[in-house]
Design a protein around this ligand. Sequence first.
Ligand code: VG1
Ligand code: CO
Length: 542
Amino acid sequence: MIRTVPTTPFDDQKPGTSGLRKKVPHFQQPNYVENFVQSIFDSLENFAGKTLVIGGDGRYFNREVIQVALKMAAANGFGRVLVGRGGILSTPAASHVIRKFRAFGGIILSASHNPGGPTEDFGIKYNIGNGGPAPEKYTNAIYARSREITEYRILEAPDVDLDVIGTTMLGQMQVEVIDPVADYAALMETLFDFDAIRAAFAGGFRMAFDAMSAVTGPYATEILENRLGAPRGTVRNGTPLPDFGGHHPDPNLVHARDLHDTMMAADAPDFGAASDGDGDRNLIIGRGIFVTPSDSLALLAANAHLAPGYAAGLKGIARSMPTSAAADRVAEALGIGIYETPTGWKFFGNLLDAGLATICGEESAGTGSDHVREKDGLWAVLLWLNILALRKQSVRDIVEAHWAEHGRNYYARHDYEAIETAAANDLVAALRDRLPDLPGQEVAGLTIAAADDFAYLDPVDGSSSAHQGIRVLFEGGSRAVFRLSGTGTSGATLRVYLERFEPDPARHGLATAEALAEVIAAAEALAGIRARTGRTQPDVIT
Ligand code: VG1
Ligand code: CO
């Protein structure tokens, strides 16, 4: 029986950079999940009888929300739902399943790199039929609907058994529990030279992959160990846990410290990698060398033709605005387009659909291509493996040769987490007010060439997005960018992105902090971070 349940709106269901993210107890308030899911359905049209994909990163509360979403999909008239076994689908795998089965859309349950558990984070995101995160016109409509919702519809039925592959009926709706790994693994085989990678492992190539007790474990084990022949144990922390073992499933040098230490040791493997809670991010470390995500994007773009899926070359490269300009130099060298978008994967979808870009990336350890419409952690790892297997050089040699050819973009991001929201807003507002006066000024020995509040005009659909980050460009190509996070769940997080371009190979061996010292000082002088936030240093440097 379908029940129509009266409800009252919540005023805080505005999706952020990547869906709605809150603490679990917040989501557990009566009707909180139901309101948001109904708001998604209410803002969509013509989905009666169509297919929806549902899956999540396996974190605490995943199964409960999947049951609610299934019963609400049935009550709202979907014809079929594909759901990953155990409620599991990595974000890129969900994107692929939406595309492969030509689904109407998908609901992905994840708070990505944020911690999980009864008092930690949860999230809900809607993806459209191209497999990508809903663009702003959808998320704005969902939010508007959530402000005026008065009722939701749900089927009264027993829970669906999510642990058995097969098809059952939920009212009039078919529920297919699918293998979460199979379709994705098959896709990877079409893109990369599995024979070459297999030969490398057989020849003694060693790798460490840290799945961080998150969703990528089963995918990495199947692809790296079962299909590519990497020795058992190559995948560490490969079993997804609802609380990620109490860790932040964030693949950076702070939270993936063990992997970092492994890779800096004298007997380090040839290649180290990690992925995040929902499997869309990647961390790349060679023996003794960390590769910044911005450099990784540039290197992957420059070498992608070595993989069968990209042998025909790239149509273009897209990067988020705060990502370093290393990829721009590759695009220039290849004679292809480069696109600069606001932060968040939802802005890449149109460029990929229109065939303007083939590879996209963000400084936050997200890289991907037109094979799906999400960033894809394991994809980046496999492309690296493909390149390493064919070039037969170390990560360090490949990276240093790249710098010698294109110059080096020294880069770091400083995060100030859980600061007071008002202080964070004031800091950005004060910078914004000063923008017109900044050009020509000298700060900490650097001269400001230009400064603006980044706005994006989508070249495909003409939509615009303002206030996407304060950019301060210095003479000589250095840059500081300031923006507030749209994925945090407590207070505000200030992100300061710092970059310096160094063309001279004789100066490519500096420590990042040393190379960026002037830009860091200039950023502090401009924004007054210490005085405004009370913090003397960032919580996380990536
Ligand atoms: C962060 C990153 C951004 C990324 C987003 C979602 O957003 O900076 O690059 O697209 O997370 O990634 P923000 O607004 O907190 O800076 V994930 O892996 O959390 O889905
Ligand atoms: Co993620």
